[in-house]
Design a protein. Sequence first.
Length: 252
Amino acid sequence: WDQRCREQLLACAARSRKPVLCSYGRGYPLGAPLDWEARGDAAVSCLNCAGFFDDNNILNIRYRTLLRDWPEPRLSFFWSAHFHFSSSQLLREVPYDPQLLMLFYGEEILMTVRLFTHGWDLFSPASGIVYHLWDRDYRRVYMLDMRELYSELAQRSRRRLHAMLGSGPAPFFDEVPEAWPLPGDTATRNHYCDPFGLGSERSLADYEGAADVCFRDRRIGDFALRGGAPSEELFVGREEGGQAAVEAKCRG
């Protein structure tokens, strides 16, 4: 799998100075044997797409199954924590934000925008590389184990997220950045700006225009619902009805 990742990332590098190979994992069943192999639609690649705005006004990302694999990696607009493969320079330029405590829904869209504004381009793999066990019923999850703590900390994290994405107010006052260590540091670091904010190579408005979304207005265009694919004909399940229909289906 690592050789396939390297080959596909190299193909992306011909079109981008800072490529990131990224996708959700296709599902596999609980208890699958070690020699399990994906068959049918599960063996074909998928594409990360915009899904819906949840009750906290956060854009949730989903994947859609393609009819067939891409001939080469395709430009994508939505990041996934399932799988992302790139140069380690990404960790230095766009490190994980330690201030987003307990944030689950929202991590991916915020990282998407942070990467974009720092000049990184996402690419969907030409073929399926990783698989994921989507079923969580068999294990404990922290949101349910620590409900009160999750509610308190995630609320603060969501406020930071909305301030960064322009879908909520800015903080009432500026806090002095903590001396968080960053990847590669060998000594104490003093931050004079927020090292976990948006970048300066491209703007938030640039991302919204490229991806066909608006965080402030809770708008998802058809291009975003397709994840940047040129046509609904590329997917196993074609959709119609725009944002309202897709949101109703995702919430249903």
